[in-house]
Ligand binder design. Structure first.
Ligand SMILES: [Mn+2]
Length: 328
């Protein structure tokens, strides 16, 4: 990837220059957000034991908490200390998505760094960017960074396990088209450093009964639109009946990918916190994030999302996706 080594050198120098480092990630964190946050932060702690590293974010009790330690709410520290500290935000394209972080905070710290693989629309870290949209995951970028430094710095089994988790989830077990030689190289490096594969696989790929029931429900009740578009509007009462919540439920969008006729698929869940319908969109091959963007959302070329107020807006989007699907 272009300029990767140069960015890596810059990141290492920035880490060396700061004694207080806050690791941040996006809201409702997935395996990649947590993996990159804890992977990089734990590596800094291991190799620079005199530095203070804080892991910031709202903790939640879900399956991923079997792999990752707890995060802390933002610790209010004195302004003069804040002025000397650095914030590293991983896996987060825009500042509004930062968990527990605001632009106000960012303005108060000395340095802010962005480590990310989303399209770089908002340059909230200005020149301090380690951003490679070609990478399958933020964990891939962090893994390659650690590998690049491996002659002089250590990586341990915990760090490798955190990063391996995000590498698997964001690449769909190496099956998404974003998977490249770099993804496998990262995996080799993490396995060499004793990533705990059995633990990660058990947490990620065996499910509690209610989740299996949800997968069965989604796979049995979706609708189709012309062009190979499959979708399901998941009513809140279904999620409730299964004792799940929308945050968990929306992660199951990809169970619609198992059908060979589906070129595009979408799972729509009701977010009762923000009172909006969350629309997750996926595509097997063709770029669709312009459609999410047109409806106020965004994301990756083949995996993107938006939030809409009404079902009729959702249907407008899905019909537009179907139009797009028909017109090759
Ligand atoms: Mn990611």
């Amino acid at each position: 990837m272009p300029n990767m080594n140069k960015s890596f050198e810059k990141l290492l120098n920035l880490i060396k220059q700061h004694d207080i480092i806050f690791m941040l990630r996006h809201k409702i964190p997935d395996g990649d957000a947590l993996g990159s946050q804890f992977g990089l932060g734990t590596w800094i702690k291991l190799n620079f034991p005199n530095k203070k590293v804080h892991f910031v974010g709202l903790s939640s009790e879900d399956r991923l908490s079997k792999i990752f330690p707890k995060s802390n709410d933002f610790i209010e520290i004195k302004n003069e200390l804040l002025k000397k500290s650095m914030v590293i935000v991983t896996d987060t394209a825009n500042s509004a998505r930062i968990d527990q972080g605001t632009m106000e905070l960012i303005d108060r710290v000395k340095t802010i760094v962005k480590v990310d693989h989303h399209p770089n629309h908002e340059r909230y870290a200005q020149d301090n960017e380690v951003v490679f949209p070609e990478a399958s995951s933020a964990c891939e970028i962090v893994s390659l960074f650690l590998k690049h430094q491996s002659d002089n710095y250590k990586t341990n089994s915990d760090i490798a396990t955190y990063l391996y988790t995000g590498l698997l989830t964001d690449s769909g077990r190496f099956m998404f088209p974003s998977t490249t030689v770099n993804t496998y190289e990262s995996a080799i490096f993490l396995l060499e450093n004793k990533a705990n594969r059995l633990k990660v696989h058990k947490v990620l790929y065996s499910h509690p009964t209610e989740e299996i029931k949800l997968i069965n429900y989604i796979q049995s009740n979706f609708s189709n639109l012309p062009g190979g578009v499959a979708y399901l509007i998941l009513k809140p009462e279904i999620i409730e009946k299964l004792n799940l919540n929308f945050q968990k439920a929306k992660n199951f969008v990809n169970c619609l990918s198992a059908f060979e006729d589906h070129n595009f698929w979408s799972l729509i869940t009701y977010d009762d916190v923000e009172s909006v319908w969350r629309v997750s969109l996926r595509s097997r091959e063709r770029t669709i994030n312009h459609i999410a963007e047109k409806f106020g959302g965004g994301g990756h070329k083949l995996a993107c999302a938006t939030k809409l107020k009404t079902i009729s807006e959702v249907m407008t989007l899905l019909n537009e996706l179907s139009e797009f699907a028909i017109n090759k």
